[in-house]
Structure formats: structure tokens, C-alpha cells
Design a protein around this ligand. Sequence first.
Ligand code: GRG
Length: 300
Amino acid sequence: MNNDLNIQQYIEHYAHLVEQELPEAFPSEWYIPDPLKQSMLYSLMAGGKRLRPILLISAAEALGGNAEAALKMSCAVEMIHTYSLIHDDLPAMDNDDYRRGKLTNHKVFGEALAILAGDGLLTHAFHSIAQVAREFRLDAEQALSIVEELSAFSGARGMVGGQAADIQGEQGLTQLSELEYIHVRKTSDLIVFSLRAGGRIAGANERQLAALETFGHHIGLAFQIQDDILDLIGDEHKLGKPVKSDEKQHKVTYPYFIGIDESRRKMLELTEAGKEAIRTEIPDPRRLLQIADYLLLRDH
Ligand code: GRG
């Protein structure tokens, strides 16, 4: 059925399925204190593009994996992503009042519950993976590798390490390679995990996993460069004239180092290189290729 959908409809279709599945990930017989559950669900259900779950599902689909297992597993990666956003918004980190057009978790529930909601989501992601592995009788080696890789890509070696380097870098980054290290850890790593996990559900071999990784690494970095560009020019577009606050002009982003035009060129080049990595190695890469192109069109 989803063969008939254009890429936007395909993305909307899976984003909707993920949204239906997310609350189901918490066993109904579990007693979770009410404010904690509300706080977790508030951020989990606050919208968002659901990019990482969709990539996991599409990678599984591209290799003929079980669609239901992929959908359930994809909720785990969205839990990790959501926890990282809740913690990133805290006063000790970015101190943001709004996320996805809504008040941030700590603004609604207070800092203590926001920290705990993040902790709860992080922990529950691993529970969900174990449950999916058991329910769908995943190959034990693949299931263990998924757990291992989620920990590596989202933890101190990956996203958490990227966040730490970002905070340290606020004292002043001097080289593009330092910024790229942060972007890869904070953004590409969870995308790479999603693709490899989707591949593993489908029993991907090492060459296919490596191809998915290269694809994720490149489109993740392209996605983050685009974020930097949108961050800089978003307000200018909205207001129809250039308004650059001092803060934005001096924020150390990709355009800060190489300018907007060169950043755009780099973003396109990375996307093409990512697509090239999966074109022949993955049996049916069509949706992944379309997603890579679709991401270039986004405006938020
Ligand atoms: C606090 C452990 C910890 C990590 C925080 C994810 C992150 C690391 C910080 C958020 C800030 C940021 C710009 C990170 C780069 C990754 C990124 C582009 C996140 C936003 O992802 P989208 O655009 O968000 O997919 P939606 O809202 O669509 O889910």
C-alpha cells in the first residue's frame, strides 16, 4: 500500500503510526506516578518530525525486515531523542522556554520532574528494545548489538559526549573540525543508530550496515548544517528582510566558519555522498533516497 504514497505522504503515514504506538510502549499494568507519566508523555507527544523512527522503519523496509517490529523498535529511538531535548532545554544547559512551539517540559512540570522524565524515557528505551527482541524473536546476536549500539551512539561516546563537547566549546571553537565533531556526535550518531537498528531487524550483513552508517553519517551532518543555516536565516525569511542579531552573527555554526553559500554546497555534497553509499548495497533503497532529498526541502 505504501508504494502508492509520495514521499510526503509516506513520512506523514509513518509519523502518525509512530505517534499511535508511542503511548502503547508503557505497559498498562505498570503504576507510574501521575505527574511523572504526564511529564514523559507531554514531551513524547509534543509533535516533532519523527525523523529517527521513520529512518529506522525505512531501513528495515529497505532490507525486507518485519514492519511491526521496526515500528515498535522505532519508539525506543524517539524516547532517547525526546529525553535529550528535555535535558537540553533545562536551565543548566540551554535554558529554553519553548520547544516545538510549546512550553518546555521544565516550564510546565518543574526542573526535578523534567530531569526525571528524561531519565525515565532514557531507561525505558532499553526496556522497549528488550521487549521487541523477545516478542519478535530477533536473532540474539542482532538484539545484543542493537542494545550495545544504542548505548554507544547515544551515550558518552556519542550524543552525550557531543553535548559535553558543545558546552565546553562555548568557551570558543576555533576550527571547523571541532564543530563537525560536535555535530556528528549530537545529530548524526542517533540517526546512524536508527538506520543500523532497522538494518539489524532485517538481518543486514556487515557491508549493508556499513552502507547504512555512511548514509546516516552524511545525511545527519547535512541535516545539522541545514539547522545552522535555518537558525541564521529563518527570521530573515519570516520578516522579509535581513535582521541579524549580534548573537546570531557570532554564533559559532557552519556558516560562521565557511559562509552560507559554502555551507549549502557542503550540505548538498554530503547528501549526494550519503545516497551513493546505499544505492547499490541496499536491496530497495528508494524510500531512504527520497527521505534524504526531502530533508533538503525542510524549513524547520
Ligand atoms: C542533553 C544528553 C543531551 C543531549 C542533547 C539533541 C541534543 C543533545 C540537543 C538538542 C539541540 C540540538 C540542535 C541538537 C542537534 C540535534 C537536533 C537537530 C535536534 C533536533 O532534532 P529534530 O529537528 O527535532 O529532529 P524534532 O523536534 O523534529 O524532533
